[in-house]
Design a protein around this ligand. Sequence first.
Ligand code: FAD
Ligand code: SF4
Ligand code: SF4
Length: 401
Amino acid sequence: MNAPLKQHLIDPEICIRCYTCEEACPIDAITHNEDNVVVDAAKCDFCMACISPCPTGSIDAWRVVMQPYSLEEQMSWMELPEQEEIAKPDGTGPAEGGDVEALEDSVERLLAEAHAGAGGKARAPATASKPSINLYNLKKPAVGIVQGNYRLTSESADSDVRHIIIDLGNQHFPVLEGQSVGIQPPGTDASGNAYLPRLYSISSPRDGERPNTNNISLTVKREEQGVCSNYVCDLQKGDEVRLTGPFGATFLMPNDPQAQIVMICTGTGSAPFRAFTMRRQRLTADGGERMRLFFGARTSDALPYFGPLKKVPDTILEKHLVFSRAEAVEKEYVQDRMLKQRADLAGLLSAPHTHIYVCGLKAMEHGVEAAFEQIAKDIGTDWVSLRDQMRESGRYHVETY
Ligand SMILES: Cc1cc2nc3c(=O)[nH]c(=O)nc-3n(C[C@H](O)[C@H](O)[C@H](O)COP(=O)(O)OP(=O)(O)OC[C@H]3O[C@@H](n4cnc5c(N)ncnc54)[C@H](O)[C@@H]3O)c2cc1C
Ligand code: SF4
Ligand code: SF4
């Protein structure tokens, strides 16, 4: 049996037949008839040169297939076919389908690992905006200019977490809250090979640090001996940085101000939640339903965005900032606070519009799962089946690393 293939397609319902992509393709993989513009699966090498010039985004369509759609089939389409459920080549279950997260194998592996804690295939919320992915790759990265690099943790804290703002100039780099970018550190590893890219969650909302600015921010923790985190944390204002992506098609926000959003994180896991909160604040005057944030750190000095978070009104964001090493306060982890809030969380687990997001270090998964197990018992249900059901409907998301 053949391996599944990601096929590059064009959405005929949105395409305006301007043929810009056809001109941009360096290897003539794009052609058209009087009805449709189509991509030849036998030729396309995923160079992405056609993606950013397309004025409609219709060129950024993908399906995982066992047998590529032929040119004739594509030319006859009025709309794109649904993503089919396909079996893995070894017959062990469904292969990754509709929510393709990334085309680069190394990035896809990282994302699959990061989402593994959800217990199955990740799905986007039903109302999430459609993300763009893979617009820039290692062969053709976007080039950003560092606008600022600020330390978020106090000088006395033992962790150095930074807020880095990157200006994208006039490049087309559309992002959604919850997506990540790839950064390839310069230089080579011990065997002389270029380093593999690392992923960083975008911590700004889709319309930029301030509304209508074409920039993104990242929240990066310096790892002792870490190759990429030290490179990023040392970037200076005016430096160039090469970005790939954007990546991620499932860890996204529902486009529904009435959705109940529960966010659980430690450390740099707060990055996507800063973006979620800013998006909600900008979108709805009254913030829609109140979001809940459970955020753990050793001390308040080591908690990124501590000051700005305190200023977000409680009507928009209910904050549970917990510290495991603070002086004169009882030691507390996120799961401890979740259990203190069990009545509220039990109510949320029973509600059909609740979306749960867990982000941060892998080590946090176990405690969070155990807390949910207990809370689910309060409503007479089994956590694993409830979690699986929520995940299947795009309402339970884990991104841990
Ligand atoms: C989906 C996703 C989103 C992410 N988002 C973020 C984010 O928003 N912010 C963030 O900071 N990170 C994020 N990460 C993690 C990030 O991608 C990197 O893994 C992280 O920055 C470490 O990369 P590095 O190159 O600095 O470390 P690497 O060089 O890859 O090293 C990995 C680890 O090994 C240790 N190490 C390396 N060399 C040695 C040595 N010789 N001896 C002992 N130890 C050693 C390092 O200290 C480090 O902890 C994310 C990861 C994923 C998958
Ligand atoms: S990705 Fe590259 S090869 Fe494929 S259609 Fe676009 S421009 Fe052509
Ligand atoms: S550039 Fe985009 S809109 Fe224009 S023909 Fe190609 S796919 Fe269609």
